[in-house]
Design a protein around this ligand. Structure first.
Ligand code: PBG
Length: 330
């Protein structure tokens, strides 16, 4: 052959690059996590994640109003109660926050609520433990989570997002919601959620790290082992069978292979969670002027869509519209 493959023709100008592109991120794909803490007097910014706040019951309404003005209308709520329990959980704070958000914004806001016990338990685990505190009690936890989910649905939540990793919770939640007349509330399962090193900044915000003095020091007995591809696939496929409307892969970058594999197996929308440690890493690079934050996030979001995500949970969602409009010189 007397020619070489000229791949650069299709890279030669912004226009031709646009035409050749097959993935385009929109701010409509993005979900913004929000944290609201009970009894907090003044909102505080996270010490490791820029632009991420823990809001008070009042300030969250202003934050959401600002976000709506910036083109964000999908949120994932993390309530942080100021009391921790072993068994008898009280979900009143969370339900109050959901009610006040839905009362003020109605259908202008799509509100998903994280459902897990890690911000509720005295020991920081995602569910109820046995008496010796050596393992999580699956059945008891599922029952509590389903009850919590129902209370959130009754308060106006649009979507329930269980992140605890017990078995059978999707089925239990779906059944209870349907029986009680909330068949219109969707479920976004954290279905392929790994036991990861990248949740640090989140646990710092939610004060939800497991108690290191216990025998059960970490979440490895219920979150997925990063080496176990089969578990990641089966957990998601099972949650799909149990009635999840969305499946999720979490964290994002180390697990894009799972996302792609799932996208080839199921016809269910897939959500990817770019988690706190991954977000904070970009912040640290940006602080040292080694990366352009907005362009870096756009590149990451693009990779998530290319790998098969239809939605992205990102702490930078509230910047999405502005960044995508002004930083779109690919
Ligand atoms: C609760 C929960 C966690 C995250 C979302 N829901 C923490 C954990 O599992 O320890 C992590 C989110 C993030 O790091 O951004 N179980």
């Amino acid at each position: 052959m007397n020619f070489y493959m000229n791949q650069r023709r299709l890279r030669a100008s912004a226009q031709i690059r646009d035409l050749a592109a097959i993935v385009l991120v929109s701010h409509r794909d993005l979900i913004q996590p929000i944290f609201v803490e009970e009894g907090l007097l003044q909102r505080v910014e996270s010490r490791t994640m820029s632009g991420v706040f823990t809001d008070t019951e009042g300030s969250v309404l202003q934050q959401i109003a600002n976000d709506l003005a910036q083109g964000v209308n999908k949120f994932l709520l993390f309530p942080i109660p100021n009391q921790r329990f072993e068994y008898n959980f009280n979900f009143e704070f969370a339900t109050k926050v959901v009610q006040s958000i839905k009362k003020k914004f109605g259908d202008a806001v799509w509100l998903a609520c994280d459902v897990c016990l890690c911000s509720y338990t005295a020991h920081g685990h995602c569910g109820v433990l046995n008496e010796e505190k050596t393992r999580m009690e699956n059945a008891k936890t599922v029952k509590i989570l389903a009850d919590y989910a129902l209370q959130l649905a009754q308060s106006g939540a649009d979507c329930i997002a269980p992140s605890d990793m017990t078995d059978g919770r999707i089925k239990a939640i779906r059944n209870l919601l349907d029986t009680e007349g909330y068949d219109f509330v969707s479920i976004m399962s954290y279905s392929s959620k790994f036991s990861s090193n990248f949740y640090g900044p989140f646990r710092d915000v939610c004060k939800s790290s497991p108690d290191k003095s216990l025998k059960l020091k970490n979440r490895k007995t219920y979150q997925i082992d990063p080496r176990n591809l089969h578990d990641a696939m089966r957990s998601s496929l099972r949650d799909a069978e149990e009635g999840a409307d969305f499946l999720m892969v979490k964290p994002a970058l180390p697990y894009l292979d799972i996302l792609t594999r799932l996208s080839q197996k199921v016809d269910i929308p897939l959500v990817i969670y770019h988690v706190s440690g991954e977000y904070a890493a970009i912040d640290l690079l940006a602080k040292e002027n080694l990366i352009e934050k907005s362009a870096a996030h756009i590149e990451l979001w693009t990779s998530f869509k290319r790998a098969g995500a239809s939605a992205i949970i990102t702490y930078a969602a509230r910047n999405g519209k502005t960044w995508l409009e002004t930083d779109s010189d690919f």
